[in-house]
Design a binder for this molecule. Structure first.
Ligand SMILES: C[S@@+](CC[C@H](N)C(=O)[O-])C[C@H]1O[C@@H](n2cnc3c(N)ncnc32)[C@H](O)[C@@H]1O
Length: 287
């Protein structure tokens, strides 16, 4: 009988670092980002991962240059081991998230960022979570800070369906309000209501910024968690382009009627050579 290769034996052969940094365990599914030169060894790699993570039922590979859906941010997967299914339940920071990886975006790599934002929320806040996916930011905020109301908006009907399920699973009904719709249209219906707006769509958040500002309560200082993509070295200059973009978009829409302060800025994750998703926590006051 053929003996299973151990994880280390396989890794020895196939560039340890590359594999180690390029896989996620989501519930009982492992997602591996596979470099083309490892393609021929994918079965051996999958078997070794299973030896290391015996509870996993499915292992999928994302080819390095695979297609990402421009609107829903879902990826193409190949099942390389186990059951042909993409639905699973993932536990994170005391929450449970039911997801179908074929139809919705989900990344465990955002867990630190979700907690960072949740910990900034004060009692009594009204929040708009745009681009909410299956509701991860909204549900974590609701469970971390009980006295909050979170409008949770996504345009993907599958994301809305899973978000609604997850709101019930985490017992935050009434506190998190799932909304199926386009961010721009929904922001227009929520003008002036929010203390805080989350915009976790790095490639396009800037185009929704004016509507997000109008959704803030004009009588208070509001907070926008603004996500963007930036290229450069991992130093302070990386944030110059996103900060300039924010200032440009907001001054052309609001003139000098806003005071904008960057309360915090950080790299959320690396998405390519010298390319990063970054976040700016913007304190916005109407003057
Ligand atoms: C990067 S994912 C965000 C995931 C989520 N914040 C999380 O923590 O898992 C982006 C999401 O934005 C949604 N989206 C993209 N364009 C949108 C739009 N114009 N209006 C509302 N949702 C949109 C996509 O369907 C997708 O679920």
């Amino acid at each position: 009988m053929k003996q299973k290769a151990t994880f280390n034996e396989v890794l020895e052969e196939v560039k340890q670092k590359e594999l180690i940094h390029s896989y996620d365990v989501i519930g009982d599914i492992i997602v591996i980002r596979l470099h083309p030169e490892l393609e021929s060894q994918k079965e051996q790699i999958a078997e070794a991962f299973h030896t290391f993570h015996p509870k996993v039922r499915t292992i999928v590979a994302i080819p390095l240059y695979s297609h990402t859906d421009a609107l829903y941010r879902t990826r193409d997967f190949d099942v390389i081991w186990g059951d042909e299914r993409f639905e699973t339940t993932h536990k994170e920071s005391g929450c449970v998230f039911n997801v179908d990886l074929k139809h919705v975006f989900f990344s465990p790599r955002l867990s630190y960022e979700r907690m960072r934002v949740a910990q900034k929320v004060a009692p009594g806040e009204t929040i708009i979570n745009l681009f909410s996916g299956v509701g991860c930011f909204s549900i974590l905020i609701a469970k971390t800070q009980l006295q909050t109301k979170i409008y949770s908006v996504d345009v993907n009907p599958y994301a809305y369906e899973y978000m609604t399920k997850n709101v019930a699973l985490n017992k935050v009904e009434g506190q998190v309000i799932p909304i199926l719709g386009d961010a721009q249209t929904e922001l227009e219906k929520l003008e002036g209501v929010a203390d805080r707006v989350l915009m976790p769509l790095p490639e396009e958040a800037y185009s929704f910024l004016p509507a997000a500002v109008k959704a803030l309560n004009p009588d208070k200082v509001g907070m926008i968690h603004y996500y963007d993509v930036s290229t450069g070295n991992r130093d302070d200059e990386l944030f110059n382009t996103p900060i300039d973009r924010v200032k440009e978009v907001l001054s052309s829409n609001f003139g000098n009627s806003l005071r904008i302060e960057v309360e915090e800025k950080r790299i959320v994750r690396s998405v390519g050579p010298r390319k990063y998703h970054v976040v700016l926590d913007l304190r916005i006051a109407f003057v």
